[in-house]
Design a protein. Structure first.
Lengths: 318, 430
């Protein structure tokens, strides 16, 4: 006989743990071993639910006067008897059941980008970590102007390294728990690359701000860039952890990143009303693009300072 | 409790020296034409202790000295009674007599620039001082009266040593041990005329007096029948400061600043004769692969505003940095770190706003400079501002000059004039 569909037993995460083909009727569900579908759930009665066909061929689920009852999802309404249509869900005890008709439509296959998609192998991840570390050390070298300091400056990277390792470990453990995937090296690589991206972003903003004498606008660019990097970071970590579909994951991680950045943005905005931004960027002179002005032009530009600080006086007093 | 201002904090040692000097001066005085004890006996009762009391705790917050110049009027230093101006509702002033009894005082008028104040006492004093406005000959014996360290009324003998040279505000150089607490007391000649008002000490028998003519003028103005107590003393302070700094800015900006050369850079040096400047070179060493040349100037003469703040101070610092070992990026990191903010970035809630800054690249002969001007406003003294002007040369990859100059308590117009004058003093040539 051709199957009319399947009864699926779901775990709390919504994943299918048992799938039973509906071939002969009636089909019994309960905790007792005489059932067709045996549920290990202490809140399920030994004989809990029966699935049968009515005269017109519809599938009907019927509660067998169970102690805790059967409920329709997602409404949560208690049922005695209910007709099953495709994708109908029921709850018995703590267990969720789903009916899927054999004609149930499934999504198209996702293109497979190899294992984990991101690095394809721990070896490549390790190379990414090494390159990232080399970049950061190079950056430290270019910013050190004291000779002995090179080693000591490298020591400055110790707290950062520790944070990256702990962060990667936390994600690895999360991956292990959620989907048996412990990808420590890959998580390290993600964190290091995000650090590198932030630092490059920071450097570019500084140099552009220096070139055009635009230190205050640089902050907004930096904020937008940090948002992109944070989204990428969260997405990459989650992708390594979960077996979820990429688009949904992407939306979620972007949402979280947006939330975090909005909060930090708010804090920064509040601070910008409290703290002076003292323009103090200095880069090699060759990077300056904006032309130098005359003293008169500078004085003209700085005329507004009086109004700005006078406004602060009135703000406080009002 | 704190004593009125003194440039060097008093130490126990200083106290012992001061007390020893007292004995010594009495002994010497006994041999002079008019014995010191005679002077003290005749004029000591015209000098009183002035005390500022915190109303909330009823404790002394400042002590100083004062002297009668009319039956109901006495003179002291502005810095002794400044709390009556800045926190009037929290303080009151009183005279403390030798027997411990007190009389209330009312602040009538002040001269913040010369650190003077006139107060009124309802109970009349039987005797009072007059002024000698013409400076005495150098070397004349003078007697300074007051209440050092709250120890009771004292007399100190010393010598008149002329007016301080290289000082923005005229002061008398008095060789004699003026001590904290004697601030506001008179220094008199042996016929009892006030030559100057005790204002500060640099220790080691080096004292400073406000010339009597300023006190005489303030007293005359206050005793004039048409005089009315200003409705806001704080506004009066602001007004006097603004008027004064117009005068001194004009003096300062009358001619181009005397230049100082750091390497091939020329920067404003000693801005005027009353500035003190220091230079210092730190050669490159093993640990520090760059050379630093420092040059600092400051105007030590300033106007006391409150315990925390003074007006009219100007200080500048130049830095020349060069290195033949660092690459351009490392040098830029160094150059940026020394240019970084040293100014407080949050305002002082009661007195000052935070700084607001404007920056630009400014073209000067030989090089462009990054110039940053930061300004903050006084909340209670309208029309007065602090400013920090910074500049860093941008013509070489591994050497450069930076300068930073701070002005306090000046008008915005003065800031702009000063900025122009200062930037005009920047140049580079080989």
């Amino acid at each position: 006989m051709v199957a009319v569909g399947f009864i699926e037993v779901l775990d709390r995460g919504g994943r299918v743990v048992q799938r039973v083909r509906l071939e002969s009727f009636p089909l019994s569900i309960g905790r007792a071993y005489c059932n067709d579908v045996i549920l290990e759930d202490r809140y399920v009665s030994p004989q809990h639910l029966r699935i049968d066909r009515d005269d017109e061929g519809n599938l009907i689920a019927e509660d067998l006067s169970s102690l805790n009852g059967s409920y329709r999802l997602p409404s949560g309404r208690r049922i005695e008897r209910v007709r099953l249509i495709d994708d109908a869900r029921l709850r018995v005890g703590q267990t969720e059941l789903r009916f899927r008709a054999s004609g149930h439509e499934v999504d198209e296959a996702q293109p497979y980008a190899g294992d984990d998609g991101l690095f394809k192998s721990p070896g490549r991840a390790a190379i990414a970590v090494a390159l990232g570390a080399a970049y950061l050390m190079g950056l430290v070298y270019l910013h050190s102007f004291q000779k002995i300091a090179l080693l000591r400056q490298m020591a400055q990277l110790v707290p950062l390294t520790t944070i990256i390792l702990l962060w990667a470990l936390a994600w690895s453990v999360a991956g292990r728990v959620s989907s048996q995937r412990f990808h420590f090296v890959e998580h390290c690589a993600v964190a290091v690359l995000a650090g590198v991206a932030l630092s490059i972003l920071d450097q570019i903003t500084d140099y552009v701000a220096f070139a055009f004498n635009a230190e205050s606008s640089g902050r907004f660019v930096a904020w937008g860039g940090s948002f992109v990097v944070l989204s990428g970071l969260l997405y990459a970590h989650s992708r390594l952890c979960a077996a979820e579909s990429s688009r949904r994951l992407f939306m979620r991680t972007t949402g979280v990143a947006l939330l975090v950045m909005s909060l930090t943005g708010l804090v920064r905005f509040a601070e910008s009303n409290e703290i002076t931004l003292v323009p103090s960027l200095l880069k090699p002179p060759g990077f300056r693009v904006t032309r130098a002005r005359s003293i008169d032009e500078f004085l003209e530009r700085s005329k507004n300072l009086q109004e700005r600080v006078d406004d602060l006086v009135h703000q406080k007093s009002s | 409790m704190r004593d009125a201002r003194c440039p060097k904090p008093p130490s126990l040692q200083a106290l012992i020296v001061a007390v020893a000097c007292l004995f010594l001066s009495c002994a010497v005085g006994a041999e002079s034409q008019v014995p010191t004890q005679e002077v003290f006996k005749r004029f000591g009762n015209r000098v009183v202790q002035v005390r500022i009391v915190d109303r909330a705790t009823e404790s002394k917050s400042v002590i100083g000295s004062g002297f009668f110049v009319a039956p109901h009027h006495l003179v002291t230093n502005y810095h002794v009674v400044s709390e009556l101006v800045h926190a009037a509702d929290r303080h009151r002033a009183e005279i403390v007599r030798d027997d411990g009894s007190t009389l209330p005082l009312e602040l009538l008028n002040l001269d913040v620039v010369h650190d003077l104040a006139v107060l009124r006492c309802d109970a009349p004093s039987p005797a009072y001082f007059t002024f000698q406005e013409v400076p005495p000959p150098k070397g004349q014996r003078l007697f300074s009266l007051g209440n050092p360290y709250d120890l009771g009324s004292s007399i100190v003998e010393g010598t008149y040593n002329g007016l301080l040279e290289e000082s923005l505000y005229e002061k008398i150089h008095f060789t004699g041990a003026i001590n904290p607490g004697m601030s506001g007391g008179p220094t008199i000649n042996n016929s009892g005329q006030v030559v100057g008002i005790n204002v500060a000490t640099a220790g080691d028998e080096l004292g400073f007096l406000v010339p009597a003519k300023y006190a005489a003028a303030l007293v005359a103005k206050t005793l004039d029948p048409g005089f009315q107590k200003p409705s806001s003393l704080l506004d009066l302070v602001g007004e006097q400061l603004r008027a004064n700094q117009d005068v001194y800015m004009n003096r300062l900006l009358a001619q181009p600043f005397e230049p100082v050369a750091l390497g091939d850079y020329k920067l404003p040096g000693k801005l005027a004769s009353f500035f003190k400047c220091w230079g210092k070179t730190e050669e490159s060493q093993d640990e520090r692969p760059y050379e630093v040349v420092r040059y600092d100037c400051s105007l030590e003469d300033n106007i006391f505003l409150t315990e925390e703040r003074s007006s009219g101070t100007i200080s500048l610092e130049h830095l020349l940095l060069r290195s033949d070992q660092l690459n351009r990026f490392q040098f830029a990191a160094l150059y940026e770190s020394t240019f970084g903010a040293v100014l407080g970035t949050r305002g002082d809630d009661d007195e000052l706003t935070r700084y607001e800054c404007e920056s630009s690249y400014v073209d000067r002969p030989g090089t462009a400079w990054k110039v940053v001007l930061c300004v903050r406003a006084y909340k209670k003294l309208s029309g007065l501002y602090d400013a920090v002007l910074k500049a860093a040369s941008l013509n070489h990859n591994t050497d450069g000059a930076q300068t930073s100059v701070a002005l306090s308590g000046v008008s915005f117009e003065s800031i702009q004039r000063f900025t122009r004058h200062y930037l005009e003093g920047l140049s580079w040539s080989r």
